[in-house]
Design a protein around this ligand. Structure first.
Ligand SMILES: Nc1ncnc2c1ncn2[C@@H]1O[C@H](COP(=O)(O)OP(=O)(O)OP(=O)(O)O)[C@@H](O)[C@H]1O
Ligand SMILES: O=C(O)[C@H](O)[C@@H](O)[C@H](O)[C@H](O)CO
Length: 173
């Protein structure tokens, strides 16, 4: 099996992608890129106003995420990135035909997600967008995709350990 070199923390808004992504990157000593920082300003304004993004809005953003992974690969470096990557077609853009990308899918109940978004301060994402995010989500199926589903109710340290184990196993299998 191809060794995992890139981790995409994916899931709907508020599922904990940034939080877990940081923790994984720190544990692995890999760089972390916050996928939200790659949105064009026009997307951020839409989300701030509670307007869901569509496929056309997401295209330049997904291309920027894919470019980040491509640059890491060209430099022979590993990395972790957060990106909702809600649909299979979006993940295909990011994986770009390579098998070295693991999608870590953060799963959570709607109630818990709504609570987290309500409690969160200082983030542009409107909590009103949760239902459209859930409607858009196509949960990854592994196989054919290379994905690891994690229940985010579990302690963060355990989630990090599961990801590290998956990466380690992929290097020896
Ligand atoms: N394991 C956890 N346990 C409890 N709360 C958490 C956990 N992980 C994240 N949170 C909290 O949930 C909220 C959402 O987390 P985070 O910003 O990491 O999600 P996200 O998926 O990156 O969101 P977005 O896509 O909207 O940027 C934050 O307030 C964060 O502190
Ligand atoms: O795909 C989308 O609808 C959005 O881009 C979001 O998911 C954000 O990037 C992010 O997660 C918000 O905080």
């Amino acid at each position: 099996m191809t060794a995992i070199r890139y981790i995409v923390c994916m899931g709907v808004s508020g599922s904990g992608k940034s939080t877990l992504g940081h923790a994984i990157a720190e544990r692995m000593h890999w760089p972390f890129v916050e996928g939200d920082d790659l949105h064009p300003d026009v997307n951020v304004e839409k989300m701030r106003h509670g307007v869901p993004l569509d496929d056309a809005d997401r295209r330049p953003w997904l291309e920027a995420v894919a470019r980040t992974v491509r640059q890491w690969r060209a430099q022979d470096r590993s990395g972790v990135i957060s990106c909702s990557a809600l649909r299979r077609a979006y993940r295909d853009v990011i994986a770009d035909g390579h098998e070295d990308v693991l999608f870590v899918y953060l799963h959570c109940s709607r109630e818990r997600l709504a609570q987290r978004l309500a409690d969160r301060r200082g983030h542009f994402m409107s909590a009103d967008l949760l239902d459209s995010q859930l409607a858009t989500l196509e949960a990854p199926l592994s196989p054919p995709e290379r994905a690891l589903r994690l229940e985010i109710e579990r302690p963060a340290q355990e989630l990090v350990r599961d990801v590290v184990d998956a990466v380690s196993r992929s290097a020896v299998d």
